[in-house]
Write a protein that binds this ligand. Structure first.
Ligand code: WT7
Length: 663
């Protein structure tokens, strides 16, 4: 930290790219080192998109059949295509070509839950493992276009499964192993997955996760969709129940398979995976990503945002069950032949030095995590960092929610020693890859801003009231994208109309992100958070309607209204106001049971931090809950409730405020 600058100055200053940090090895010269280069590439990507994307595709991806056209379709019609008419195989691109060129380089460096057990898998070994899993799928009769559900812990086998799916043109749908049986069942049914891959159990922070048991329950709830379950023996527990004829143990079947199975070429626009995300209504949306565009986007952003070079060790701590894990644990780094670290544990197990021990142990060069983890670790103090050698780090990234400048500055100076550059990357499950991000050795950064658009991304800030584009700088509104880009989701499974109405038809001729944003006087973007009924807890999206539907399953809940409240560590926290049937006593027990219901219905990520039992919810005369009032009261801002003329019964407010204050 420079002595000349006060802490306050550090929070608001502009940071120049640390090209002279002493951390850039001579064989890893940054891809882009000036704003001139960024500007000219960005300009080309918008002015001559065909030329630009042809260059990117040929630099990053091998096609087995050339595409005839770079792109077609429009946002308005929701029929965008990229690399039209081409054929390729994702697994070939991420595995075979590196197994051929750099067979002994490490593809996956595994950091298991219990420290000290690091394991590595070379590209040559990865190819064999992926082929054997593909062999298992073939044995079960799976064919191109079939869907496989994945409910796995963070282990190398999960990456094998994804790559084996793409090897055969199977569509995977990964469900985060923190989701409940009910959530899993909904997704299995919606995606029509005939095979599930899971593990006997999972390990996380020293605790067991009963993955197989949850899968069994989910299958009971999902009718006769699932034909087979493949069970990887993670712990080898003896008390796992196997259903004859349906369940298959990984170990013996894996061994029987051939060590090479040829990749199956698929069309550029063939579906590659489905990933569920929360929207503003109750039912999660199964976003469909297609093959060529997704892979080009994943590879391009991995290369330029993280300045990845062969020989780098990239560590993204996100779970593979989220889009971040898909793009930046599995497909992006491997498409570039770079080592990807798979982290099975949590940041605080066995103590708060775990991330940094891992960086030291694996010699991580690029590290990517969420603001919530940074905030939590910062609070625990710098002593957990001093134990470790973090000097290999060149780039440290964040994703999932806005990062507050305090946390940014701590990340840069304490984790990065003022030498590693912070990249705050903005994107979404829908966008497939980064859409706003600094380029580490070109873009001057400002703490809290995701800075500037990625190549090919044409942004607009709109007036939310009439959708008019707000031109120029120093404007605030909602964030939209004005043209399609290769890695955007193409549809929602079984509901293209919902895709159109959620993203393409909210405003005219643009993709609507659902986020508010400000463009400052330098043209930098500052994301303000969701403008819809979606809460962002620790970087995970969860809809208020989904939690409300879960609460109503509890017999003691008559009606509920869920809101997001600012939280120091998790960004937002879930608050639920509920009304109960007559005779139900407001007690800790009753509230605990309600929380359990939500955890059972959705999973622990949806756990309400607080439940407030009230006599009545504030409603309009037509019966619509006024959430704005509930938000203000929860935030302790009951003196700023604004216009209450639509409120049917203002007398309920005093009681509400008292209840919330009582804690
Ligand atoms: C929402 C997308 C794909 C990233 C992981 C979450 C918020 C994401 C940032 C950022 C401010 C961010 C937005 C977005 N978000 N990254 N760098 N700065 N906000 O993926 O679950 O699809 O959530 O996360 O609100 O819409 P997701």
């Amino acid at each position: 930290m420079t002595l000349a600058e006060s802490h306050e100055e550090l929070l608001v200053k502009t940071y120049q790219p640390p090209v002279n940090s002493g951390r850039i090895p001579s064989d890893k010269k940054p891809w882009i080192t000036s704003m001139d280069e960024y500007n000219s590439m960005y300009k080309e990507s918008l002015d001559s998109p065909d030329t630009f994307w042809r260059k990117m595709a040929s630099e990053l991806v091998e096609f087995t059949k050339p595409y005839q056209q770079v792109t077609s379709g429009s946002l308005h019609n929701g029929d965008t295509q990229w690399f039209v008419g081409g054929e390729l195989n994702v697994s070939y691109n991420c595995v075979d070509r590196w197994a051929r060129d750099t067979p002994d380089n490490v593809a996956i460096s595994f950091e298991p839950d219990a420290p000290g057990g690091k394991r590595t898998v070379t590209f040559k070994e990865l190819l064999e493992n992926v082929c054997r899993v593909a062999g298992m799928f073939k044995t079960l009769g799976l064919k191109k276009g079939d869907t496989v559900a994945v409910y796995m812990p963070m282990i190398p086998e999960t990456a094998y499964v994804l790559l084996a799916c793409t090897r055969l043109g199977l569509v995977h749908t990964v469900v985060f192993a923190g989701f409940s049986a009910t959530s899993l069942a909904d997704r299995i049914k919606d995606a029509n997955a005939s095979v599930i891959v899971t593990s006997d159990q999972g390990l996380r922070g020293g605790k067991l996760i009963h993955t197989k048991k949850i899968v069994d329950e989910a299958i009971k709830l999902s009718g006769d969709v699932v034909k087979n379950v493949i069970v990887f023996e993670r712990t080898g527990a003896s008390d796992i129940t196997y259903v004859e004829g349906r369940d298959v143990m990984w170990g013996p079947l894996f061994k029987q398979q051939a060590s090479y199975i040829p990749p199956v070429p698929v069309g550029s626009e063939d579906p590659m995976f489905i990933l569920y995300t929360s929207g503003s209504t109750g039912k999660p949306k199964g976003l469909v990503h297609t093959t060529a565009g997704y892979l080009v986007g994943a590879a391009m952003t991995s290369k330029y945002t993280f300045d990845l070079h062969i020989g780098d060790v990239f560590c993204c701590t996100a779970d593979i069950g989220w889009i971040t894990g898909h793009t930046y644990v599995v497909y992006g780094p491997l498409a570039l032949g770079v080592t990807s670290v798979i982290f099975e544990s949590v940041p605080t197990f066995p103590d708060a030095s775990r991330f940094w021990q891992m960086v030291d142990e694996h010699k991580v060069t690029q590290f990517y995590t969420a603001p919530t983890a940074i905030r939590a670790l910062r609070r625990l103090g710098d002593s957990y960092i001093n134990c470790c050698d973090l000097s290999t780090l060149r780039i440290i990234g964040t994703v999932g929610e806005p990062i507050n400048p305090e946390a940014w500055v701590w990340y840069h100076y304490v984790v990065g020693d003022g030498k590693a550059v912070v990249v705050d990357t903005y994107w979404q499950s829908e966008t497939g890859s980064h859409i706003i991000t600094p380029l580490p050795f070109a873009t001057p950064t400002k703490p809290g801003s995701a800075t500037l658009p990625m190549f090919g991304i044409e942004l607009a800030i709109l007036d939310p009231a009439d959708g008019k584009e707000l031109e120029g700088n120093d404007v605030t509104g909602v964030l939209a994208v004005k043209r399609s880009w290769p890695s955007m989701a193409r549809t929602i499974v079984g509901d293209h109309d919902r895709y159109l109405s959620t993203y393409m038809h909210v405003y005219k001729d643009v993709y609507f992100t659902g986020d508010g944003a400000m463009r400052d006087s330098d043209g930098y973007y500052w994301i303000k958070g969701r403008v819809d009924d979606v809460i962002n807890v620790s970087g995970h999206r969860i809809s208020t309607a989904e939690i409300e539907s879960a609460l109503i399953v509890d017999n003691n809940v008559s009606e509920s209204a869920v809101i997001g409240v600012e939280d120091e560590i998790t960004g937002q926290a879930i608050f639920a106001y509920v009304t109960t049937p007559k005779g139900v006593v407001d007690s800790e027990e009753v509230k605990k049971a309600m929380i359990q219901t939500v955890r059972k219905e959705i999973g622990p990520i949806a756990t309400p931090k607080r439940i407030i039992i009230v006599d009545e919810l504030p409603k309009t005369r037509s019966g619509k809950i006024i959430r704005r009032v509930l938000r203000k009261i929860a935030a302790g801002e009951e003196d700023q409730l604004g216009d209450l003329s639509t409120l049917a019964d203002p007398s309920i407010l005093d009681v509400l405020v008292k209840k919330v204050r009582a804690g």
